[in-house]
Ligand binder design. Sequence first.
Ligand SMILES: C[S@@+](CC[C@H](N)C(=O)[O-])C[C@H]1O[C@@H](n2cnc3c(N)ncnc32)[C@H](O)[C@@H]1O
Length: 307
Amino acid sequence: MSFYHSTRDYHLRDLKTLGWELTVCNSLQPQDSPCRAVLKRGNSYGNLLYDFLDRLLPMESVGKVLEIGGGYGYLMRDFLNRNSRLQACMLDISPALLNRQRENLKPFPVRYRQEDFLETDTASLGEFDLAILNENLGDFPVLANIENKSPGCSPDAPAREVKRIFDAYGLEEPSSGPFNFNLGAAQAVEKLCSSGIRCLFLSEHSCEAAAPGICARLRVRSTGMPERISLYGHAEYTVNFSHLQKIAARFGYASMRGPLADFIEPDFTPGLIFIITSGATVRDEHEIIRQFVEDLYQYEYLVLQAG
Ligand SMILES: C[S@@+](CC[C@H](N)C(=O)[O-])C[C@H]1O[C@@H](n2cnc3c(N)ncnc32)[C@H](O)[C@@H]1O
């Protein structure tokens, strides 16, 4: 039996802190973070991302930028410090996190919208040049344990919506077994692309990750199908980026995709290689670093640009 998984109530009512789910952005925030020390360029997430996007996108012509699910607002604070022409809007379902964003972005003239992005009106997105969704697509709804995506005239609206999306974008159903589908992530990309926003950046825990060379020794999982991850007070699912890429391609978007390590580059010194390859953890800090480097390969990004 399939079931509809949603984190809406958790984000609206229960979420008070992101302390339980350390995001890559938050791991890099403290200037003395041990995670910064193992990078070729030890810097904040927002600065590393800004430089990366500046190489791929016409950042000089970006004016209005929308961040969906901006957490504590650190990424946007870096962007606004880097480029005073940017006009930012933060859209988030969580009242608690919007308050944190208001505090951290106080010096800047930022607009705030408390909304569930799945309910956001597509027409209200057309004004933006760039939208950023960092580590939140896994929070969006999932239809889990689907046995057959073609349930005829199912009375179940999510099942009908899954069938519509598979048919509209030519997505392939897994050859065997029940499967999970990132329904909310697919609807979000469909909405963003149909709104006509020229540039998009998405990143999330991938179910198709790859770790090359020495990083094959890390615990990077690649199951090909969204997997459930239990977290404090809620669960999320890893994301199938191939599906999102196909949806964006149908709207004429060119895409670039890879692991976060493309722009948060580890410096493979003998010390880091020891941490990656040694089974035993000698110090707590080594475990923090190993998990961080795992995340740099477990998380993928997608940069989309309208054709
Ligand atoms: C794991 S946090 C990531 C925060 C930040 N982007 C980072 O990387 O540190 C997920 C964020 O997405 C927001 N979010 C989750 N579901 C959402 C939804 N349906 N609509 C809008 N925001 C949502 C959460 O409130 C939170 O700000």
